[in-house]
Design a protein around this ligand. Sequence first.
Ligand code: ZN
Length: 280
Amino acid sequence: MRDFSDDILALSLNTATLGHNLDGFGAGLSPEQVVDECAARGYGGITFWRRELGGRAHEIGRRVRNAGMQVTGLCRTPYITGRDAGTMDDIRCSVDDAAALGTEILTIVTGGSQPESKGVLESQRILADRVAAIAPYAADRNVKLALEPLNPMFGGNRTCIMTVQDAISVCDIAGCENVGIAVDVYHVWWDANLEESLGRASGRIFGYHLCDWLEDTSDMLLDRGMMGDGVADLKSIRKWVEGSGYDGPCEVEIFSAANWWLRPPGEVLDEIVRRFKTVC
Ligand code: ZN
């Protein structure tokens, strides 16, 4: 297991941590300001949301690399299943954005259950077919697709994969080398079979997302905790993730409307560094 106590090169900021994934939150830093703030603290990378790119994906990607960091990912494709699914053209556009930004990783939040279907299996099969249809287009652009299982409470309208095991099943059906999994501790910390599932994900983990699950969480979407403030077993989860061969970035992704999004970004970024070195 990697030692981060004095090495934060693997640390990446997901800009949602500064409120950049939703309108009306956060201090509103520009991508350039985020790059400067992260570079000044020694972060290794940044993951952006599509809404921040404003047609400047090339420019922003270059700015990150010139600052000595990597673009560790892009959030995210439109939904692929469910009543709010995007078209295949919409999905290809998100691949183009990732390629323009110069990142290898495009995250997929799958979307919910297919209209008229019950349960998750039929939706998972349709998801696998659609992901397999888009995967060659992504591979041609050097982009990997990372399926992110979400906590089961997001089933119905946001996801049809709720566990690492679900995500592995969809990867197996899709059968494409550039389709894998993003493991987010917020979504998987509760799973008593997690060690076993991650053991079966060898070579398939494309991303690892950090935050914490607060004991008394007040909002399922927007009350994620800072690492160390909650009940997720962060060290064990990272040990299992790395045990499956993952040695990539650890991306801090904290949606926190009533706490961290209200603080000055510099304070948040400093605290992340402290927590990353000690509790992750
Ligand atoms: Zn995530």
